[in-house]
Design a protein around this ligand. Structure first.
Ligand SMILES: *Cc1c(COP(=O)(O)O)cnc(C)c1O
Length: 367
């Protein structure tokens, strides 16, 4: 029996262990100085003045929309090819979700988004899917022209850049520290912004709208992260460049090995965009020897954990079909992606031998 190769691995080391122990012994387990340190360092790493830690990536998105004053009657244009949190956050804010198609880089198509912008549109919400930033300079320009806000779903894209600028610095950036993400602490999130007023509202929303002890300025929530969680995320943030470099190197190795396999389309990185390969996602095309689900099953037989992110459009479920604030716009490219994508392991814990085994297995199934 060969060792299985999982799609993701939780990798924490002695730095996380000692910092967690330090927090445990400090007696300050809730939000405190470690959260503050994480915010400061996260902001610096993402070219922004403000970072506000929250308890997960979904609440990061909700808080961002709330801080921008988005609510009932407003429309948010986003991607139909994303994790369900993106959609749920829009619905939680009270706004209506509209879906623009994606391009073959898996990210939101600027022209399609532009076509959906109307009277009610308040926010453009591109998703940096798999760690590849969306075309942010063009979204920024569209938002400027039409007076819209930009919220970036950067849950999968810590440290990714476009033309040298970090994701999360183009609009209000929403990050996740869920256990499988490039920086993680089990559960956690971060919101980034250059706007001091937005940052101020985020801090209020996070803590029951409280400005000073028992002085409430708005109806808020408890979105707080804990120092225990920050102690897990901090050492990883320090290693982020190394983590992303390892992912990029693994992706390059896979691309080199899989280049000539028939029926496979490999991820390409548009000029100026810096991919951090949260996932290495290929497309199994119609002329392949087996279809996508056949490849996933064959890889599972060989002990390789391939993942399908995501098997359908985000709104294509019974609970959204008749939802009054979900508008199922036509998105044929995204629908095709959902039928064709499969993600192969690319995480930093893979050895050269693991990568070669993945290449050999995919090649064997598709030749
Ligand atoms: C993980 C993820 C989220 C949500 O983050 P959580 O921390 O799990 O709440 C949102 N959007 C995308 C694209 C994600 O991958």
């Amino acid at each position: 029996m060969v060792e299985p190769i999982p799609i993701s691995v939780v990798a924490i080391g002695p730095d996380e262990e000692s910092l967690v122990l330090e927090v445990l012994r400090s007696g300050r387990l809730a939000q405190g100085p470690r959260v503050e340190e994480l915010e400061r360092r996260f902001a610096a790493a993402h070219d922004v003045e403000h970072a506000v830690a929250v308890n997960n990536g979904t609440t990061a998105l909700v808080a961002a929309l709330q801080a921008l004053g988005v609510g009932p009657g407003d429309e948010v244009v986003t991607s139909p090819f994303t994790f369900v949190a993106t959609l749920n956050a829009v619905l939680e804010s009270g706004a209506t979700a509209r879906f623009a198609d994606v391009t073959d880089d898996f990210c939101l198509d600027v022209a399609c988004a532009q076509a959906l912008v109307g009277e009610r549109t308040r926010v453009l919400l591109p998703v940096h899917l798999y760690g590849l930033p969306a075309d942010m300079p063009r979204f920024e320009e569209l938002a400027r022209q039409r007076g819209l806000a930009v919220v970036e779903d950067a849950a999968q894209a810590h440290g990714a850049r476009v033309d040298g600028r970090a994701v999360g610095s183009f609009g209000v950036g929403c990050f996740s520290f869920y256990a499988t993400k490039n920086v993680m602490c089990g559960e956690g999130g971060m919101v980034t912004t250059r706007d001091a007023d937005v940052a101020d509202r985020l801090r209020l929303l996070r803590n029951h709208g409280m400005r000073a002890p028992y002085r409430y300025e708005l109806p808020g929530h408890n979105y707080r992260l804990t120092d225990l969680q920050a102690a897990i995320a901090l050492p990883q943030l320090g290693r982020l460049a190394t983590i992303n470099d390892a992912r990029r190197a693994n992706a390059a190795h896979l691309t080199e090995g899989l280049r000539t396999v028939p029926g496979l389309r490999l991820p390409s990185v548009p000029a100026g965009r810096d991919h951090v390969f949260h996932q290495y996602t290929v497309r199994v095309t119609a002329d392949a020897a087996v279809d996508r689900d056949g490849l996933v099953a064959a890889l599972a037989d060989r002990g390789i954990g391939a993942g399908v992110y995501y098997p359908g459009l985000v709104h294509d479920h019974p609970c959204y079909r008749d939802h009054p604030r979900v508008v199922a716009d036509e998105t044929p490219v995204a629908a095709q992606m959902a039928a064709e994508v499969v993600s192969l392991p690319v995480h930093p814990q893979l050895s050269r031998a693991d990568l070669d085994r993945i290449v050999e297995a995919v090649t064997e199934v598709l030749r």
